[in-house]
Design a protein around this ligand. Sequence first.
Ligand code: ADP
Ligand code: MG
Length: 292
Amino acid sequence: ATPMSIMVGVGRGARDGVLVKNAEALERLEKVDTLVIDKTGTLTEGKPKVTGVLPAPGFTDADVLRLAAAVERASEHPLALAIVRAAEARVVPGAVASDFEAPTGRGALGTVEGRRVAIGNARFLEEHATDVALLQARAEKVRSRGATAVLVAVGGKPAGVIAIEDPIKTSTFEALRRLREEGLRIVMLTGDSRTTAEFVAKALGIDEVEAEILPDRKAEVVRTLQGHGAVVAMAGDGVNDAPALAAADVGIAMGGGADVAIESAGVTLLRGDLFGIVRARGLSRATMRNIR
Ligand code: ADP
Ligand code: MG
């Protein structure tokens, strides 16, 4: 590739909200045949909102929200932000937890009013509470409508489930249709539950889904696909997507995403919609045509 045509391509991309950080990304995009894509914040809006609280016996929904928010105030996870906002909207007084811990992709833990409060997915709660099954029934109801269920335990006892909704971006439907038309294989990866993931995948016509996975697994999936000869683009926005973005032939970060995601990617989509991938591929074809 000549430096001149690459520079022209990079300039044209910038006008269209496609920020190309390295020349290889621009060269490889037209050869990509597989798109691995994160759910939360990439296919969806990434602005999760609490839409319900389902307390367990012995707790009120205000208790659950107040104790959960006390821990989530110390976290930067998008789900944490949603919980803190919901608590503040209900003027639940704002305690802050001590001894805060947040193992990535699983949940958060802290001490509030002398009790250990655990918040996160079912696997995480199993490690910190008894009778999680009591919460799972409520959680499955939430997940079956595509929402994310966040489980809460207080002092090792099940306290409740918080339902959080994050709608699919309206532009995602058409963007995926175009990418499929171009022959791309699409694989969705998420740390969220299988039930929630499958609801979203079904709505978008995606039939390859891996759910309930930890961040390292995302990169592993990218490498496995490459091992089978695929040229892989990975699109994501989160801290948990960074290793996979770096492993992909082309990493594509969403403009509003985490700094480490943007740093790990060769391309950033400033407009935050997935048409950016269609545009970026068009740009790659045009650039490579100029070179040949
Ligand atoms: P995703 O791949 O969906 O963007 P993550 O890997 O960040 O998600 O997290 C995976 C799952 O772990 C989330 O769906 C959520 O259930 C749980 N989780 C992680 N961090 C938190 C937190 N701070 N509060 C509540 N739940 C959390
Ligand atoms: Mg995400």
